[in-house]
Design a protein around this ligand. Structure first.
Ligand SMILES: Nc1ncnc2c1ncn2[C@@H]1O[C@H](COP(=O)(O)OP(=O)(O)OP(=O)(O)O)[C@@H](O)[C@H]1O
Length: 210
């Protein structure tokens, strides 16, 4: 369970999170909707522990971010800029990350790469991938350790039509596995097909009551 209480964040003297209060139950998919600049990415960054709030708290299973823990303990993350290292193969990327938490085996890594429609034996560096392949690689990175919480910012961007369907199927399977997913999307179908609950945001505020 994730609880955001009175979250306030300023950037360049502008309020980007304005007294946000939200609760996310385990095992559900939540969609964040809103115009460019509404604060969707900021919410994801805050839950991931990537920004410090001016006021308020974010509690993950009873532990407060930046007080009890630095980051959510089991996190899969795909936020905006692609953070897959471009000068390694995707397999090497995931193997390097796997050394940190030591939960993912080589089999889990290969399975994640196959699930997103890429080839674990591909010798190309991620730099040489197409835009859509890079996005698939980022999805593989977000899911390969079977995390409890998955945060996805525009996960289906740049992915072809068939690919979008299979990525949505992956997110559904992750939910069935027990993961909680919070995704920001401008794709209405991502939200209508996937989300158990949609949260509307505008100007740093949540505008629909939960
Ligand atoms: N590095 C930054 N410095 C200053 N302001 C920022 C920075 N990053 C984001 N902002 C501001 O924070 C606000 C919320 O941005 P955020 O990226 O959360 O929006 P969003 O809802 O994800 O938009 P989009 O749909 O375009 O991805 C915007 O007003 C944006 O200008």
């Amino acid at each position: 369970m994730i609880r955001i209480e009175h979250a306030v964040k300023y950037l360049d003297k502008k309020v980007v999170l304005d007294d946000v209060n939200l609760e996310f139950e385990d095992g559900k998919i939540y969609g964040l909707r809103g115009r460019n600049g509404a604060g969707k990415t900021m919410i994801l960054r805050a839950i991931a522990g990537l920004i410090h709030l001016k006021h308020g708290t974010i509690t993950i299973d009873g532990q407060i971010i930046h007080q009890d823990i630095d980051f959510p303990p089991e996190l899969g993350l795909l936020i905006e800029s692609n953070n897959v290292l471009p000068d390694f193969t995707l397999r090497k990327n995931l193997q390097l990350l796997a050394k940190i938490r030591k939960v993912a085996t080589d089999e889990m890594i290969d399975e994640a790469i196959l699930r997103v429609g890429l080839d674990p034996k591909d010798r190309r560096k991620v730099r040489q991938y197409s835009l859509g392949m890079k996005q698939r690689a980022a999805i593989a990175q977000a899911i390969f350790e079977q995390p409890k919480l998955i945060l996805l910012d525009e996960p289906t961007n740049a992915i072809d039509l068939d690919g979008v369907k299979s990525m949505r199927a992956i997110f559904e399977q992750e939910k069935q596995r027990g993961a909680s997913i919070i995704l920001a999307s401008h794709n209405p179908e991502d939200l209508s097909v996937l989300a158990d609950e949609v949260i509307d945001m505008a100007e740093g505020k949540v505008i629909n009551a939960q």
